[in-house]
Design a protein around this ligand. Structure first.
Ligand code: 5GP
Length: 130
């Protein structure tokens, strides 16, 4: 069965997209731990990041690097942090999280954002990605 992220890539489930390449896709996390929480995924459905072949593993990280640079321009932060968990959704995803405090990378914490705020933020990040 297709993962929820494959359905997002296919356009069957809406998302706040920030970037897309032939093999990778980035969108805002629906339940952000901080403003600007982005997920970068390979379009190919693979559960565990270390099962990706070397080419796609590298491509995904270079894609995440490009997205993180755009994200940092829009969401002021000391650094954009990167985390891989993958316990909830069995489809590889890199969390990009703007960090201003060590505690910002806390998956127990969430910020409320309205749909119109998420939509505007996604457009701003998309425009900032080179
Ligand atoms: P993990 O698998 O790394 O533990 O967490 C999965 C992440 O995916 C969570 O941060 C969760 O908020 C996010 N997520 C789950 N379902 C959706 C969805 O349908 N859309 C979006 N944009 N994010 C989702």
């Amino acid at each position: 069965m297709a993962t929820i992220f494959s359905k997002i890539v296919a356009g069957e489930i809406p998302c706040y997209k920030v970037a897309e390449t032939e093999h990778c896709f980035a969108f805002l996390d629906i339940n952000p731990v901080v403003r600007g929480h982005v997920l970068c995924i390979p379009k190919k459905e693979v559960d565990y990041i270390f099962d990706l072949d070397d080419g796609l593993f590298t491509e995904l990280h270079l894609f995440a690097k490009r997205v993180a640079k755009g994200l940092k321009k829009v969401c002021p932060c000391i650094k954009v942090g990167e985390a891989v968990v993958g316990i909830d959704v069995p489809h590889v995803h890199i969390h990009l999280i703007p960090l201003n405090n060590p505690g910002d990378l806390n998956f127990a914490h969430h910020v409320e954002m309205k749909p119109e705020e998420l939509s505007a933020l996604a457009a701003e990040i998309a425009a900032a990605i080179e």
